[in-house]
Design a protein around this ligand. Sequence first.
Ligand SMILES: NC(=O)C1=CN([C@@H]2O[C@H](COP(=O)(O)OP(=O)(O)OC[C@H]3O[C@@H](n4cnc5c(N)ncnc54)[C@H](OP(=O)(O)O)[C@@H]3O)[C@@H](O)[C@H]2O)C=CC1
Ligand SMILES: O=C(O)[C@@H]1CCC=N1
Length: 273
Amino acid sequence: MPDRIEFPKSIGFIGCGNMAGAMLSGWLDAGLPKDRVTIISPNSKTGPGDIAVERNWPEGRPLPEWLVLGVKPQKLAEVADWVRPLVRPDTVVMSILAGVTHGSLKARFPEAKAIVRVMPNMAVSIGKSVSTGYMPQGSDADIQAQTTALMEQLGQFYWLDSESDMHAATALAGSGPAFLFRFIDALSKGAEANGIAPEQARQMALAMVEGAAQLAAMSEFDPGTLADKVASPGGVTRAGLNVLDQDEALAQLLTETLRAATERDAEMAQEFS
Ligand SMILES: NC(=O)C1=CN([C@@H]2O[C@H](COP(=O)(O)OP(=O)(O)OC[C@H]3O[C@@H](n4cnc5c(N)ncnc54)[C@H](OP(=O)(O)O)[C@@H]3O)[C@@H](O)[C@H]2O)C=CC1
Ligand SMILES: O=C(O)[C@@H]1CCC=N1
């Protein structure tokens, strides 16, 4: 467990859907008091922790120290005009938007004390994300330290030196859960095809992935070596691995998957910045 931290005195969320909502849930679980949080979005009535969702910044409420941008990248242009007045010289803007660059955020929110980009994944809600962050060289060290402390409440956190690395990091760590969920689903369907009842196949596939991932994380051996340790010569596992390994089928598929996602993140940097 990370150390308990001093949370900001006030945090605003512009959009608090799947991802920003999961971050907020993680922070509430880690001790963020609800009364420090303001959520603004157009349709939802309540957010995590049953916090009321506002349509605009409530009159008379002091503007937030930290403002988390949790909308889709496509919405940034639309929200930036009314969000700009909420951003003062003592506001830190944290963006979770895929692709959208630091430079473009700076141009939209020039008053901000600092702008920090982070790329979390959905496992933030259980403190198991692997997230990355980017601020330009020479950024305020205190804000970097506060960002690290906040993000470490949600799992592992790594700073990237180069913003362009955010594309590949987003593909691996941000989108990665979706790729793994597909893999688990495919395993489960494969077991069904071999006669296991659907619900049992799903539960077994999930439990197997959880156990194997924990084992790999704790092991002195790398995952490639571990795969070979499972496979007896001429045995069951080898027959299966032969399918995955033929012409490096799985390695190629995943390389292509990550390449497509990385390229899309780079495209989005152009489209929405
Ligand atoms: N999903 C993921 O795993 C990850 C997502 N991200 C990033 O997170 C961001 C959000 O994605 P995700 O959570 O999946 O999307 P969601 O659609 O779940 O959430 C989007 C949120 O934006 C709100 N919203 C829409 N229009 C406005 C507006 N005009 N003003 C204020 N709020 C608005 C929605 O409000 P309402 O509900 O009221 O309609 C909703 O709360 C994206 O930029 C994405 O790149 C990053 C890493 C992982
Ligand atoms: O799919 C997306 O664009 C976002 C970024 C990473 C996960 N979801």
